[in-house]
Design a protein around this ligand. Sequence first.
Ligand SMILES: *Cc1c(COP(=O)(O)O)cnc(C)c1O
Length: 359
Amino acid sequence: MIPVTKPFLPPVEEYEAFVKDIWTRHWLTNNGPLVNELEIRVKNYLQTPHFLFVNNGTIALQMAIRALRLEGEVITTPFSFIATTSSLMWERCTPVFVDIDPDTFNIDPEKIRAAITPKTTGILATHVFGNPCDIEAITEIAKEYNLKVIYDAAHSFGVKYKGQSLFNFGDISTTSFHATKLFHTIEGGGVFTVNAELLKEMAYVRNFGFDGPENFATVGINGKNSEFHAAMGLANLKYIEDILNRRKDTYEYYLEHLQDKNIKFQKIEKNTTYNYSYFPAIFESEEILKKVENYCMMNLIVPRRYFHPSLNTIRILSGNKCPISEDIASRVLCLPMYHVLSKEETNFILRIILRALNY
Ligand SMILES: *Cc1c(COP(=O)(O)O)cnc(C)c1O
């Protein structure tokens, strides 16, 4: 079977070496030495000032919403993973969906203004598939209306915008290091900010609000991650350049062979060094997508409909209409992309897709 993704795994001896050290120290969690080392190494690699390693990307979003005291209405995108919206609702905010740009698949800033009301406190936007949002336009609107900005940057590890890490933008950026993501720690996530005060607040929140053994600075949660997860991150980080390069090759190969076949591709923002985290293909109609999906399934290839359905159409999230997101969601298929996907497998996938399209 060819799945949509396969987690990268480092040589097992390299993970074991970290585990042996954990056995020696008997320190398993609670801000241990490997968690600290991972935080330092990630900050150095990405050239980003502040980063906290947390237990998943959903908690990262909730910590950011809390730290920025968002309440009332929060403007967000319908074209994302469900955690983007459900984390807002979990924090008792009302998501207000603003439709996306049909080419970049990111929230359309031109439509944000019309959705702002006196109850709006923030914008939570996703850099979809690692493609930077229109940061300048969003920043300007946020300034004008005094709104906080969170970027769900779950797909954005290694992406640079105007020469710096995409995590450096917005009041807070959050990410996920889940096993399905390009850089992973099995389960895990992160919060990034350039604001030292916000970092301090989130550091308290991550550890139950503790400020010393018997004092509490704020109401917190358990957002900590373990030494074993940090060990996986450290072992994987060594290979990140190789991971990024391999994906770039696969992405470009797909693109080259699917050109001029009535398939639409995501338009990547200019001034971006991209991470090639996903390969979304937009077919002409949902019917054609289903035919491609069926051909793939019959050949044990498992692409995924990221992101389908459009979040505003999910009953429990009950949102306003967003025709562009609904349209793209009905026609998008993410093709298999992972480190050990071979040329033969890529050719096989292409052959099956082109056959389904009658080429
Ligand atoms: C994966 C993902 C999340 C959630 O991250 P977890 O680590 O699985 O909790 C949130 N938002 C987006 C856009 C994601 O892709």
